[in-house]
Structure formats: structure tokens, C-alpha cells
Design a protein around this ligand. Structure first.
Ligand code: S3P
Length: 218
């Protein structure tokens, strides 16, 4: 399209391969508009949300905001919603009530995604450790794993002290946590984006390109 050529969607190609087959088998003219409609419909599987998962510092919140600006989709930040409900920060929830309490609040918040559409969702880095969350994400969202190496992640987080899970670990401990979660991120996501060396706008553009017209399917 950039060089002025006409772009033909692969579905048209598929459709017109089916036309002679239909006519050969049935002896009737093929109902092209009906066939076209069915073809486009089967591609759409109803997941209109995009969920961003990945380790702390992978850029989920910034990319979600950029996606919202680019697409006009609504944006939800799971941790922000939890903080609003709890009336205190995630770090304070960990401190006062413990991780287990935080995880149940997270499950409750993620469950609400069953009722939203056309929304970009920024999840907490540990969203994948709770099985119910994985189920809700897989059923209701095209899920994108934003990947970054541990150095980049820690640099992006900086010295904010806002990540309780990193309070008592050194870099090797943080890396072990990240690596331990790889299988969970991998089995939850539909799409993996390497965010190293890229800014939120570029990543958002990439995700938008990959997900529009329901191009991502399982
Ligand atoms: C967590 C990540 C945090 C936050 C909480 C636990 C985790 O979110 O939900 O501190 O288990 O990885 P971010 O990934 O947005 O930092």
C-alpha cells in the first residue's frame, strides 16, 4: 500500500478459490456475497479487548496509554483500580494485608474484564500466577506479553520502591522471579513483543498492526 499497489486481503483469494469448487459440486452459481460475509464472520472470535502482561517494568502502563491514544479504546489499569478500591497503594496493601490478600483483590478485578469490551488492559506483573486470571484473560482478551530483559526492567522501575516483591531481592533474585514466570506468560499470551530499545508509541503501533481486524487468532 505504501508504494501505491492495490492490496488484496487473503480472504478474497480464499473466497474465489471456493467459488469454482462450489459451482462444480452444486451445479449452481456461487452466492459470493453470502460466502464473503461468512468468511469475515468466522475470523472474528469476539475478543475485542487487548490485555498487556509481562514483568514489572516491561512498560505495560505506558503502552496501554499509548494504545488508548492511538486507537481511541478505553484503558483500564488493574493495579490502579485495586488501589482506588483499597484507598491505598499496592505497596501498602502488601505491607498491611500481605500478598495473598492482594492476589484475591487482583482476581476480583480481573474477573470484571468479562463485562468490558474494546478496552486495553494493563495488568500487574503477577497477574498470571492466579489461574482464574489466566482463564479470564484467554477468554476475553487478545493477550500481549511485553518482554524486556531484567536490566531494562529494573532501569525502567528505577528506585521508586513501589514494587514490594523487589524490596528484599537483589538483581539475581529479580531475574529468578522473571524467569520463573516465563512459562506462565508464554502460555497465557497470544502475542509476544520484545520491548527492548523501543518506546511506548512504537510498541503500541506494533500491537495495533498485529491485532487489527482480528488478525491474531488461536
Ligand atoms: C507485581 C507487579 C506489580 C504489582 C504488584 C505485584 C508482580 O505490577 O501488581 O507489585 O507480582 O509482579 P507492575 O507489573 O505494574 O509493576
Amino acid at each position: 500500500a505504501r508504494v501505491g499497489a492495490t492490496v488484496v486481503d487473503g480472504r478474497e483469494w480464499l473466497l474465489f478459490q471456493a467459488v469454482p469448487a462450489f459451482e462444480l459440486f452444486t451445479g449452481h452459481g456461487a452466492p459470493v456475497p453470502t460466502m464473503r460475509k461468512a468468511l469475515w464472520k468466522t475470523r472474528k472470535d469476539g475478543r475485542t479487548n487487548i490485555a498487556l502482561i509481562g514483568f514489572m517494568g516491561s512498560g505495560k502502563s505506558a503502552v496501554a496509554e499509548a494504545m488508548g491514544r492511538r486507537t481511541g479504546m478505553a484503558v483500564i489499569d488493574i493495579d490502579t483500580n485495586i488501589e482506588k478500591k483499597a484507598g491505598c497503594s499496592v505497596a501498602e496493601i502488601f505491607e498491611r494485608k500481605g500478598e495473598k490478600a492482594f492476589r484475591s483483590m487482583e482476581v476480583e478485578e480481573v474477573d470484571g474484564l468479562r463485562f468490558v469490551s474494546n478496552t486495553v488492559v494493563s495488568c500487574g506483573g503477577g497477574v498470571v500466577v492466579s489461574r482464574p486470571n489466566v482463564r479470564v484473560l484467554r477468554n476475553n482478551c487478545v493477550t500481549v506479553w511485553l518482554w524486556a530483559g531484567i536490566d531494562t526492567s529494573l532501569r525502567r522501575i528505577g528506585e521508586t520502591g513501589s514494587r514490594p516483591l523487589l524490596h528484599r531481592v537483589d538483581e539475581a533474585g529479580a531475574e529468578a522471579l522473571l524467569r520463573g514466570r516465563y512459562p506462565l506468560y508464554a502460555s497465557t499470551c497470544d502475542l509476544l513483543v520484545n520491548t527492548e530499545g523501543k518506546g511506548p508509541e512504537e510498541i503500541a503501533m506494533r500491537i495495533h498492526d498485529e491485532t487489527r481486524n482480528n488478525a491474531v487468532r488461536r
